[in-house]
Each structure stands twice: as C-alpha cells, then as structure tokens.
Design a protein around this ligand. Structure first.
Ligand code: ADP
Length: 273
C-alpha cells in the first residue's frame, strides 16, 4: 500500500493519512513554506503552534447592559507542532471560548493569543479572518455541512474563498475525500451520508486549505462509539503532523491527546504537563 492511501481494515477506514500536499496536490497554490519548513525552532524543539498567555474573557463587557459573564480567567496554554492537546471540563467551563479565541473568531478581553508566533489580538478583523482561513481547520460536533451541496462541494468551499480555480478545487476535494475513505461518496449530499461519513467530510473540509492547526469541538459528540473511534483515529493521524486542540467530555476522545488541560469555571486547574 502506497503511503498516503487510505487502507481498509476489517471494513474500518483510514489506517493511515499522509499529509495532503503529497502527490498531485504538491503544486497547490495554498502550499506554503511556513510551518512545514519551520516545524522546529532554532533550539530543535517543536515550534509553538498556539500560545495563550494570561487570557481572560468576559462576554457582554462591551454591551450596554451590566451583565457580564467571565468565561476565561488568566488562561495560559502552549501547543507545539505535532502535539494534540485535549480540553476537558464541565459544560460552561470555557472550552469553546478557548477554541473560538484560537481560531480568531473572538478577541479576548485581556491577554494574548499567538498563532504561529503572530498575536491575533492586535490584528484587524480582516487580518484575523485571513490568518484563520490560512492556518486553522475547524471541526464541529454538528458537522456544519451545507445540505444542498455534495460532499465534494462542501469540502471545496473554503477554496472558493481562497480564490482557487474550479478544477484545482475539485481535484483537491476529491483527493481528500479519498484519503478519508469516502472516494465512493463524492457526489452524495450530506443527507445521504451517515453521521460518521458526514464528520469525515467535515474533517476533509477542515484540511482542504492545509492548515497548521486543527481545532475540534466535541468531534465525536454526535457519533456512536464505533464510528467515533474511526473518526478519532483519522483525527489523530491528521493532528500528529500539525497541532490539534480538541475539546470534549468524552474520555475516549481525550485519550488521543498527548496532554489534557482541565478547566473549571474558566480557569486551568490542571495543565496536563
Ligand atoms: P464550554 O465550551 O466548556 O461549555 P463555553 O466556553 O461555551 O464553555 O462557555 C463559558 C461560559 O461563557 C459559560 O458560562 C457560558 O454560559 C458563557 N458564554 C458562552 N458563550 C457566550 C456568549 N456568546 N454570550 C454570553 N455568555 C456566553
């Protein structure tokens, strides 16, 4: 079996997942030299992919009403390239807020969020959006696929925003769908796919821009145990050569992490180190 090809094993999918820039995609316009050529810092340690420094976030603090909710309090977390970091904690402890901040979807009230050494908190909305599109792939619990678009069109969607040509979009989306074991579902609509298949489409979409960081919010939350295990195996393979932050309540999901950060009421109570 050639490297990078999905394998089938007892009907389960994707025992291996090679980096997407291999093969026909190597000349993809989004291919870049930043993280892949600079995965280690000068001291030989893996490069820091994501760094939160003393991050505090209050929702509602800029509104007219005085009802603020402090979602994060002095949170500091480092994630290195190649590392999978889990976020654990009860509902409302701040996991999603961290994922939103790392993705540049939210600017915290205080503190610094660095993505590949760039501080997101002093960038314009437009620049944060550009950095997110270029460097971050997001996987949600509920997949967030567009129901009227085929699997291929859903996967290709981020490339439309990136101005990639139609033929390259199709080629890249098909290649990724093959790599996640859905080569025979390319033209299917999300409603014609199982939950596990939909999540694999969502993972392919998260990877289509070849991001350095994967952010996953309860990625197995909608899946049964066996399907969740397949999706986790795929995500783990994907996360290994990038950096991944995965929030979950689920023990088997957190078990794939190298380190699990525990949150309570917006504070880190255990950094898993
Ligand atoms: P988790 O992902 O661990 O469930 P969240 O980050 O979603 O936690 O929420 C942390 C806290 O912030 C909770 O108290 C939640 O109610 C509050 N919160 C989350 N989003 C908002 C929002 N958009 N507006 C106001 N409060 C919010």
């Amino acid at each position: 079996m050639a490297a990078g090809k999905p394998e089938r094993n007892n009907g389960r999918l994707c025992r291996s997942f090679d980096r997407v820039e291999t093969g026909p995609m190597s000349s993809h316009p989004l291919r870049r030299t930043t993280a892949r050529d600079g995965q280690t810092s000068t001291d030989g340690e893996p490069r820091t992919a994501v760094r939160l420094t003393d991050v505090t976030h209050e929702y509602g603090s800029s509104g007219r009403h005085d009802r603020t909710v402090t979602a994060l309090r002095d949170v500091s977390i480092d994630v290195r390239m190649g590392e999978i970091v889990g976020l654990e904690g009860p509902s409302g402890s701040g996991k999603s807020t961290i994922l939103h901040a790392v993705s540049g979807l939210l600017v915290p009230t205080e503190g610094m969020i660095e993505l590949l050494d760039t501080d997101l908190t002093d960038r314009s909305d437009r620049e944060r959006t550009r950095l997110r599109r270029r460097h971050v792939g997001i996987v949600f619990q509920r997949f967030h696929l567009l129901p009227s678009l085929s699997a291929r069109a859903n996967v290709a969607l981020p490339l439309v925003q990136a101005g990639v040509s139609r033929s390259t979009r199709r080629e890249r989306a098909e290649s990724l769908l093959e790599q996640v074991g859905l080569g025979d579902r390319i033209g299917h609509l999300p409603g014609e796919l199982s939950g596990g298949e939909r999540q694999r489409v969502a993972i392919a979409r998260a990877l289509v821009t070849d991001p350095d960081v994967i952010v996953a919010d309860e990625p197995t939350g909608e899946l049964d145990t066996a399907t969740g295990a397949d999706v986790l195996e795929l995500l783990t393979d994907v996360g290994r050569e990038r950096a991944m932050v995965v929030a979950s309540h689920d023990e088997s999901t957190l078990a794939v992490a190298d380190r699990v950060v525990t949150l309570r009421d917006g504070r880190v109570v255990d950094d898993g180190g």
